[in-house]
Write a protein of this length. Structure first.
Length: 157
């Protein structure tokens, strides 16, 4: 094979790899944008606010509340939050790596907790949604459960 043909083949391969990479990145950005838009709409419906990042340093505060004994690389994103009663409600996606014996496994779920104003509990009481459901469904279910609990507490109190 002549050198010119080998160079042309290499350039074609490079162009194909770059095209596939660009298409994958564009697909990710489109899906991520749709996901964020859905969560913004859900937050507005529930009279809450949305933030893409962990504005309140929740990742460090929830580390001891995750369902695995050995966790690492904890990340909080897609935070929906509001004042609720005498405190604040946080609903968010939490990602973590856990030691699964035979290796490490990356997990993700939607979680929520409530904390009193001006008080940061050492380890908050964390509620996790069913992790097998789509993320937006997890948000809807957790928020629905929280609203029901708040409603019932208001009627009994």
């Amino acid at each position: 094979m002549p050198v010119a043909d080998a160079d042309a083949n290499l350039l074609m391969l490079l162009a194909a790899v770059a095209t596939v990479t660009a298409a994958a990145w564009a697909g990710y950005r489109i899906r991520r944008h749709a996901h964020k838009t859905s969560l913004r709409q859900l937050a507005a419906e529930m009279r809450m606010s949305y933030a893409q990042r962990d504005l309140f340093g929740l990742a460090q505060r929830i580390a001891g509340a995750l369902p695995a004994a050995r966790t690492a690389d904890i990340e909080v994103r897609d935070l929906v939050f509001a004042s609720e009663g005498p405190g604040h409600r946080y609903v968010f996606t939490v990602l973590w790596t856990e030691d699964a014996g035979a290796g490490e496994v990356r997990r993700q779920a939607v979680a929520t907790f409530h904390e009193a104003s001006g008080r940061h509990e050492a380890v908050p009481a964390l509620s996790l949604a069913e992790p097998d459901l789509p993320l937006v469904v997890q948000y809807r279910r957790l928020l629905s459960q929280v609203r029901q609990q708040v409603h019932e507490a208001g009627r009994s109190g």
